[in-house]
Design a protein around this ligand. Structure first.
Ligand code: GLY
Length: 419
């Protein structure tokens, strides 16, 4: 099977490494990829969001399966163009990708499906902002009502900080979504979906704030671990039954069936799971940890989802133990990152590339905010953390930073579900 992966981040590098372990996968291509993906696939300098160019590349490499990583090409309809051209495609249509691209659509689907989620309100003019803020908080949850790679979210007990963020968004022409705060630890549950059948992956937890102890601004994600020792037995099945399957059925009944990876971001509260957000693609960096434990053939699983045959594929199998990924970010991330610095020590196993490129001399340099995702695997969370941080110690990138506490609260038993 010849597989083309679309995207350039750590998630796509992890997908390529996972696909390369599937004996059925004979050729791997990626567009545009990064300096690390070139070691496992052929990089093609094609714009991931240009549907015509992606279809032309899929024809050129005679792809048997195209896997779309990021949300932007999905929201722009790249999967629709590929399917129309006859390619088996892992990723939802533009209509179905609205589950991530339009928060109003996601809320409407959840209401119709009877799924628990935060109460919310869209504010599109500064004149309505103060009255709306009075109807929420404390704590205030202020989001950019569009795609913002996680960085448009502020969660704060401080009304002035909430107001300042909302006012900034509105001034930039972005409608603001205010949400009620959902109490409880967060879970990212990824599910393969083929329109009807839902197959969950291992649950993971992201660390969204930039600093240790969950301090500082939100980022796209600074690290993740899987599985979750604090998650009660049966919770994944409950999330599938109460959240994911009803949403998949509702989307199908609206003639916008979901095919690809449905990512449920949830808070586990006293009354069970409630949806923080849905995403229409694999999460980054959780994918880097989750796929490190996958035993089932990834290419066959994604092909089954793309071709409506997941029911025949059955549940996924996983190796025992735990996996942790730690993001190495460039100086100043999540602000405008410093780029162009030479990275050394990033060519060892377990180091996945995200914002990297080759310079004119052929050296690997930083080219984005989240530069590397360093993965550790072990018999338990402590061993997986130890391996990830050992690997990070060998990486040198001037000015870079990473969190030192990925998975630590879980390891120390400090994560509890409210009662
Ligand atoms: N881990 C957050 C995201 O992928 O959106």
């Amino acid at each position: 099977m010849r597989v083309l992966v679309i995207g350039s981040g750590g998630r796509e590098h992890a997908l390529l490494v996972g696909l390369s372990a599937d004996p059925q996968v004979s050729e791997l291509h990626v567009a545009p990829g990064n300096a690390g993906t070139a070691a496992v696939a052929t990089n093609h300098p094609v714009d991931a969001s240009n549907a015509d160019a992606v279809v032309a590349l899929a024809r050129h490499v005679a792809a048997d399966l195209v896997v779309i990583g990021p949300e932007v090409p999905l929201v722009l309809g790249v999967a629709d163009a590929l399917r129309a051209a006859g390619f088996a495609t892992f990723g939802p249509s533009a209509a179905a990708a609205r589950i991530e691209g339009s928060k109003a659509f996601a809320k409407d689907v959840m209401a119709a499906a009877g799924v628990r989620t935060a109460h919310s309100e869209v504010v599109d003019t500064p004149a309505r902002l103060d009255a709306a803020l009075d109807r929420f908080g404390p704590t205030w949850v202020v989001k950019d009502d569009g795609l913002a790679a996680g960085k448009g979210v502020v969660v704060t007990p401080d009304r002035d900080a909430a107001r300042a963020h909302a006012a900034d968004l509105l001034e930039g022409g972005h409608p603001v979504l205010l949400e009620s705060f959902l109490d409880g630890p967060e879970v990212s549950l990824f599910c393969l979906v083929d329109g009807t059948t839902v197959v969950p992956l291992l649950p993971a937890q992201d660390h969204k704030r930039v600093g240790d102890g969950d301090r500082g601004p939100n980022t796209g994600g600074m690290g993740a671990y899987t599985p979750l020792p604090w998650l009660p037995d049966g919770m994944v099945a409950r999330i599938v039954d109460e959240v994911v399957s009803p949403v998949v059925a509702e989307m199908s009944s609206r003639a916008t069936p979901f095919t690809g990876l449905l990512y449920a971001g949830l808070a586990i509260g006293a009354h069970g799971p409630a949806v923080v957000e849905f995403n229409c693609r694999f999460g980054d960096p959780e994918t880097q940890a989750v796929l490190a434990l996958l035993e089932s053939p990834l290419g066959l699983a994604l092909h089954a989802a793309a071709t409506g045959t997941l029911a025949d594929f059955g549940p996924l199998s996983w190796r025992a133990g735990a996996a942790v990924t730690v993001v190495v970010a460039a100086e100043n991330y999540p602000g405008t990152p410093r780029t162009g610095d030479v990275i050394t020590g990033a060519d060892t196993p377990g180091i996945l590339h995200a914002g990297t490129a080759l310079n004119a001399e052929g050296a690997v340099v930083s080219a984005g905010g989240r530069v590397l995702s360093v993965v550790g695997v072990g018999a338990d969370l402590a061993a997986a953390r130890a391996q990830a941080y050992d690997r990070i110690a060998a990486v040198k990138l001037p000015g870079s930073h990473h969190r030192s506490d990925i998975g630590l609260a879980a390891l120390e038993g400090r994560i509890t579900i409210p009662s």
